[in-house]
Design a protein around this ligand. Structure first.
Ligand code: BJW
Length: 245
């Protein structure tokens, strides 16, 4: 289903900024946060996704992220057609498509996207609270984890952005949005700031904007256009218009 003023000539969308959220990875087998079967229905975000929650009960938070890291590394988890379509678009328009994701999974990279800006960090990285060093990590984190840089024991945390922490690459992201002519939000509920406010900046920059989601979000009115359905279906057909001819 599509709503809104219809499509502009395909060149008018570039440079394009694509912002993705948990919905793009749902059909790959990863849970979203706020859907009826979402992560926040089973865990209190105050307990597992804030620095205060980590300070209160690091074991609980490590167990939450260790389980999600193991799920992500499960052989059944793989990128879907939406991740692949975005990678194809990036390859077809080198330098013209900035991919910003709120997701901490690595499915965009596995689909072939060369450059992915992870504004909420990465599940497969750890960060040392003693020295700040960040490293690739596919193992469980806990009291025995040793920082490869400074040797501190039991000071590692998931290298993700919790509520109250500052998202990554914000200067680059705002710069790209200021320069863009097209902005697409894919599979995100638009509930979490500052990511949810990027569409406003894109509109201010004069960009054409579109929301691609399973269903209209509360932020629908901010977008020029809405395309609704499963990401694995609507994203490839939306991308196809730019690849044709
Ligand atoms: C499908 C589908 C299918 C399903 N196909 N679609 C105003 C301004 C600035 C900040 C704030 C503000 N008001 C409040 C704040 C603070 C706070 C915030 O936003 N709170 C809100 C709850 C109100 N924000 C912060 O604290 C942020 N930091 C910050 O603001 O720092 C201050 C600062 C900012 C700027 C400059 C200087 C200072 C940090 C936010 C960190 C968020 N962290 C998490 C956890 C990361 C680690 C982890 O994964 O565990 O990030 S929370 C969680 O939500 C995760 C996600 O990235 C994020 C967004 O969720 P997302 O991706 O939208 O998922 P869902 O589940 O909400 O939606 C999925 C959508 O997909 C749904 O619409 C479905 O319908 C759809 N869908 N199946 C297509 N098959």
């Amino acid at each position: 289903m599509s709503s809104g003023p219809g499509q502009r000539a395909k060149g008018d969308w570039f440079p394009l900024v694509i912002l993705t959220g948990a919905g793009i990875s749902k059909e790959s087998g990863l849970d979203t946060f706020r859907d009826p079967d979402g992560i926040w229905k089973r865990h209190r975000l105050e307990d597992v996704a804030t620095p205060e929650g980590f300070a209160r009960n690091p074991g609980l938070v490590q167990a939450f992220y260790n389980a999600r890291r193991r799920s992500l590394l499960d052989r059944a988890i793989a990128p879907n057609a939406a991740h692949r379509a975005i990678a194809e678009l990036q390859a077809a328009r080198p330098g013209d498509v900035t991919l910003v994701t709120q997701n901490v999974d690595d499915l965009h990279e596995r689909a072939g996207s060369g450059e992915v800006w992870h504004m909420h960090g990465e599940l497969l990285r750890a960060q040392c609270q003693a020295c700040g060093h960040s490293w690739e990590c596919r193992e469980d984190l806990g009291e025995e984890t040793v920082c490869p840089e400074c040797g501190a024991r039991g000071r590692a945390r998931p290298d993700v952005v919790w509520f109250g922490e500052i998202p990554r690459m914000l200067d680059d992201i705002y710069g790209a949005v200021e320069r863009c002519r097209g902005f697409a939000a894919i599979g995100t509920s638009g509930q979490v700031y500052p990511a949810a406010g990027l569409v406003v900046e894109a509109v201010r920059a004069g960009a054409h904007t579109v929301e691609l989601n399973l269903e209209p979000t509360d932020g629908l009115g901010l977008f020029g256009e809405g395309i609704y359905g499963p990401a694995s279906e609507v994203v490839p057909s939306w991308v196809a218009q730019f690849l044709e001819g």
